[in-house]
Design a protein around this ligand. Structure first.
Ligand SMILES: *[C@@H]1O[C@H](CO)[C@@H](O)[C@H](O)[C@H]1NC(C)=O
Ligand SMILES: *[C@@H]1O[C@H](CO)[C@@H](O)[C@H](O)[C@H]1NC(C)=O
Ligand SMILES: [Zn+2]
Length: 494
């Protein structure tokens, strides 16, 4: 019944020359198209191409991505929306070059980590290796007792990857006197890339990651009492940079009942981030573009394009930790859309411990399955922008099509381009996200409990507050390092 009534009213008003067209989930579904979703992806890829191959925090490709989204949101046809940016600062790091020269003068394939400390330049660190031979079920170099009897003073520690955070291995290496660490892989394949987190600044030694074959060969030579001298040279920049979250919100709808959708707008430095997370950013743009035409919203809908997600969920944590308890209470549901167009997609629908999550999760799941997609419920992890919302006790869900092989082998790599997308999955997920946003925008929300009480908020604020304190200390340390860095070489900005 309802759609017919709504349609009748809309056409009546339209015939009177009033541009009133009432929102329905079906209209949003029709308005979100593969062509426009892909056009955004093409543009994100182009932005990366023109800006050094990425759209990462602190670099020009991110600024251009923000401009791209704002240009759309500030067009005259978005007059039913308000949009704004939220600036914040974070420690930026970029490794401009890294090299490892082996004991026979050979050039070794090496990868730097994010927040990798630099070495002195131009000489680097040249020192004999020392092995960390204990390798048990708790990993290698992860615990104090695994370093017992190892005096790494003046040496470069050879450590195997796995089992614990790399930053923990590097902290222990530092306390045992090591000048640097060579981290070898625990499986075949290219040396790994990972982040040490800004909070590690000042606590860890420079590191280079290498292949398992090379690491094991050097380990054997050390076991035979050979001296193995290597050179690690890392040219790294650290500095505070400004970045932004971008928001758009419908003017219509009850401001005390806000439905939020979020996707991160930054990529890693290694690539253009078309699937991660151009896919979610594009979906939000198209859903907002669809919403801009319609009236009759009962609840407000707020879209967020997060900054610096790849540096540790920094933008979304900045936002959630600065919400007052009242502002947090008004957010009735949060949907996270990060990697929703993987080339060999799974169709995960997030659902957590909060029974209220199913209010949104069930709708996403049912929409996808009714269109023939094999949706299933999956637990939240700790690695996307839902974290701050979960900690506030806000009911949450979202979609995810998988990261890493086999779902998305180009995850965090230069090949995360427009080729790295399943357009059908992206369209299905963007439509599901749009339909469910419209359903919640029109709903009484009577069956949806408000977020868990203010103690959650306090806990969140103190935990996130501690995280921001760590980042602040790291930033201060980085600023001091910078002023006396790199043998007088001026730190260039990029
Ligand atoms: C970021 O840092 C710059 C320079 O230190 C400062 O001028 C600016 O106000 C800071 N921005 C924010 C949002 O804190
Ligand atoms: C270490 O390697 C760097 C980069 O290849 C080189 O410039 C430097 O001279 C080397 N240091 C020593 C002591 O060989
Ligand atoms: Zn992502």
């Amino acid at each position: 019944m309802k759609p017919t009534v709504a349609f009748g009213l809309a056409s009546f008003l339209a015939s009177r020359g009033l541009a009133t067209d009432l929102l329905t989930p079906e209209k949003i579904e029709t308005d979100v198209t593969t062509e426009e979703l892909q056009r955004n992806l093409w543009n994100f890829n182009y932005i990366a191409d023109r800006n050094g191959g990425n759209r990462a925090f602190g670099l020009p490709g991110y600024k251009a991505s923000v401009d791209y989204v704002l240009e759309r949101l500030q067009r005259p046809d978005f007059h039913k929306f308000t949009s704004w940016v939220q600036p914040f600062n974070h420690t930026f790091n970029q490794v401009r070059s890294i090299s490892v020269t082996g004991p026979d003068g050979e050039d070794v394939e090496v990868v730097a980590l994010i927040y990798n400390p630099g070495t002195p330049l131009p000489d680097g660190i040249t020192a004999p290796l020392i092995d960390t031979p204990v390798d048990d079920e708790r990993g290698s170099g992860c615990f104090e007792d695994q370093w017992e009897g190892i005096d790494a003073t003046g040496r470069i520690a050879l450590v195997k990857r796995g089992a614990c955070a790399i930053a923990d291995k590097l902290r222990l290496a530092k306390t045992h006197g090591a000048l640097a660490v060579i981290l070898y892989n625990n499986a075949e394949g290219r040396p790994i890339q990972a982040t040490l987190g800004a909070e590690s600044i000042g606590q860890v030694v420079p590191v280079g990651t290498i292949r398992i074959e090379v690491g094991e060969a050097w380990k054997e030579r050390l076991a035979a009492d050979e001296e193995v001298v290597v050179n690690l040279t890392v040219d790294a920049v650290f500095e505070e940079r400004e970045t932004w979250n971008v928001f758009a919100e419908t003017k219509e709808g009850d401001p005390d009942n806000v439905v939020m959708l979020g996707a991160h707008l930054d990529s890693v430095q290694a690539g253009p981030g078309v699937n991660d997370d151009g896919s979610g950013s594009s979906a939000l743009l198209e859903i907002a573009t669809a919403f801009r035409r319609y009236d009759g919203l009962r609840n407000r809908v707020r879209f967020a394009w997060w900054g610096a997600e790849e540096s540790g969920l920094v933008g979304s944590l900045h936002y959630t930790s600065n919400l007052s308890p009242d502002e947090a209470d008004r957010v009735r549901f949060y949907f996270n859309y990060d990697m929703i167009g993987s080339p060999y997609p799974v169709f995960a629908v997030y659902e957590g411990d909060n029974p209220a999550d199913s209010f949104g999760a069930r709708r996403l799941h049912d929409h996808l399955t009714s269109h023939g997609y094999p949706a299933y419920y999956g637990a939240f992890g700790t690695s996307s922008d839902y974290v701050g919302f979960l900690e506030l006790g806000i009911p949450s869900s979202g979609l995810f099509t998988g990261a890493g092989a086999p779902a998305a082998p180009c995850y965090h790599l230069a090949c995360d381009t427009t080729e790295n997308i399943d357009a059908d999955a992206l369209t299905a997920n963007a439509r599901a996200a749009g339909v469910v946003a419209a359903q919640l925008a029109l709903d009484s929300l009577e069956g949806l409990p408000r977020r868990a009480d203010a103690t959650v908020n306090l806990r969140h604020r103190s935990r996130i507050g501690r995280q921001f304190d760590r980042w602040r200390r790291a930033a201060e340390f980085a600023a001091v390092e910078k002023s006396c860095s790199a043998h007088g070489e001026k730190v260039r900005t990029v």
